[in-house]
Design a protein around this ligand. Structure first.
Ligand code: GDP
Ligand code: IMO
Ligand code: MG
Length: 459
């Protein structure tokens, strides 16, 4: 059977931790989109692992697959594998022949385009990993795929075709000298060819490159359990998110079928778990109707650090929750739970269950609020408008819940759901009712022994 993990909000919901909890019984964990823009933290036997590209389950010896929907930076992948190797782990990771490769010129262009957009305050706040430019090349049908790295002649001829126009964009559109860039070799065909041919050799020697859809299908036919691990989240999905403040792939459940190379019925016949952070966090720009305070540079129109109740609360939650980017270290914007956003996420992906994390972070507050609905042009809305401009105009209508006192996370996790403070349960039950979806597990700390499990998802 299959279990699909989908971020219900804006990324960083704690997906890695839930993959870890439920991934134990999985034989194969497949990333179906994104690249090293993702940052997952997995705590295993007291050790913390921060992974961007290696699927979270690999820490426990599960086979990891980067599906065709991913964009792969081989340098990051091998660095992560080497670092895990130094810590005594030897993960079995396979990479789809059809996945597109992130080249240094993609990263350079990501930075140059963001810089240019910042002149008109229209930057996205990307992770700078070259994600958008790589998916652009895929859609434009000029991308280079992992399978091409194993065929040196093909690699060379594609680089010869692709790189000169990129160089021209830098020089003629942006008026920059390639030689002055931090990574001037990013646009040098000869250097790129040699480096990426060598990556191809390493892929081949380690026998890592597979026809991923077939590989996953074979595993399912052999009765194996397969987990599809989404990165990012629904609101940064290129179709269902708040365009243009999105990533360039589909983290929602439909993306699991396309990006892993299996039929939609394979995904639909399994469990689809929406991962929800008990409040809201956001990295980068774009609207956030339930935001508390703001982060200079990311919160639109917020030029100066303010003071007062909302700011204090935001700082408190940010510190308690460790809300700093796993990849970039940037402070994350924080706010109350946005329920119209979650209704949208549940509809798009068809969640069969929810994992609600970070309830420990909210413990100790007198009052916990949620944005229950929005008001837009005098009308009450229960789900999100489809345009970002209209979303930015939405005002949240709040509901208030009595807070809950701090509790010992491991004790609660071992005793089960009933051991959670009553007010925390009331909060969860409200959420479950609003989304018409059961709560499968509750995160009360970063470790997996700090997770209250109500439902075992594998048959
Ligand atoms: P992902 O990108 O969705 O996998 O999430 P990240 O790993 O980027 O961010 C989630 C952060 O919250 C990590 O530091 C986790 O260790 C941590 N975390 C996950 N679940 C919980 C939880 O229930 N409580 C607390 N306090 N931290 C959690
Ligand atoms: P995980 O898997 C949170 C955000 C960036 C930016 C936008 C586009 O850890 O949840 P990109 O580099 O993808 O072109 O950036 O998307 N973003 C994330 N935010 N969690 C992530 O991944 C993210 N991956 C990208 O901050 O706003
Ligand atoms: Mg993350």
């Amino acid at each position: 059977m299959t279990v699909t993990i989908v971020g219900a909000q804006l990324g960083d919901e704690g997906k890695g931790g839930i993959v870890d909890v439920y991934g134990d019984a999985a034989d194969v964990v497949v990333r179906y989109q994104g690249g090293d823009n993702a940052g997952h933290t997995v705590v295993h036997e007291g050790a913390e692992y921060k992974l961007s590209l290696v699927p979270s389950g690999a820490v426990r010896g599960t086979v990891g697959v980067l599906g065709n929907g991913c964009v792969v930076n081989p340098e990051t992948l091998f660095d992560e594998l080497d670092a895990l190797g130094e810590r005594g782990l030897d993960p079995d990771v396979r990479v789809a022949e059809r996945a597109h490769v992130i080249f240094p010129y993609h990263r350079a262009l990501d930075g140059i385009e963001e810089e240019a957009k910042s002149e008109t305050d229209s930057e996205i706040g990307t992770t700078g990993r070259g994600i958008g430019p790589t998916y652009e090349d895929k859609a434009a049908r000029r991308g280079i795929r992992v399978g091409d790295l194993l065929a040196p002649d093909v690699l060379r001829s594609k680089l010869e075709r692709v790189v000169p126009p990129k160089r021209a964009v830098v020089e003629d559109v942006y008026g920059l000298a390639v030689d002055d860039l931090d990574d001037s070799a990013a646009f040098d065909v000869g250097t790129l060819y040699e480096t990426y041919r060598d990556f191809g050799r390493r892929f081949a020697e380690a026998d890592m490159v597979v026809n991923a859809g077939q590989f996953v299908t074979d595993a399912l036919e052999a009765g194996r359990n397969v987990m599809f691990e989404g990165a990012q989240g629904t609101l940064i999905d290129i179709d269902h998110g708040n365009f243009p403040y999105v990533t360039s792939s589909n983290p929602t459940a439909g993306g699991a079928a396309v990006g892993a190379g299996v039929s939609p019925s394979v995904v639909g016949d399994g469990e689809i778990i929406g991962i929800v952070k008990g409040y809201l966090s956001r990295v980068g720009s774009g609207p956030m109707p339930t935001e508390l305070g703001g982060v200079v540079g990311d919160t639109p129109g917020y030029d100066e650090q303010g003071e007062g109740g909302d700011e204090e609360l935001a700082t408190y939650i940010r510190e308690e929750g460790g809300e700093y980017g796993t990849v970039t270290g940037r402070p994350r914007r924080v706010g109350w739970l946005d329920v119209p956003m979650l209704r949208h996420a549940a509809r798009v992906s068809g969640f069969t269950g929810l994992a609600v994390n970070h309830l420990d972070v909210l413990a100790g507050l007198d009052e916990v609020r949620v944005g229950h609905s929005y008001t837009l042009d005098g009308e009450e809305l229960f789900t999100m408008p489809a345009t970002t401009e209209r979303w930015a105009k939405c005002e949240a209508n709040y509901r208030s819940f009595d807070g809950w006192v701090p509790f010992d996370s491991e004790t609660v996790a071992s005793e089960g759901y009933a051991a959670l403070p009553e007010n925390a349960r009331a909060y969860l039950e409200y959420l479950s009712d609003e989304l018409d979806t059961p709560v499968y597990c509750v995160g009360v700390g970063p470790g997996r022994e700090q997770t209250v499990i109500r439902e075992e998802v594998w048959e």
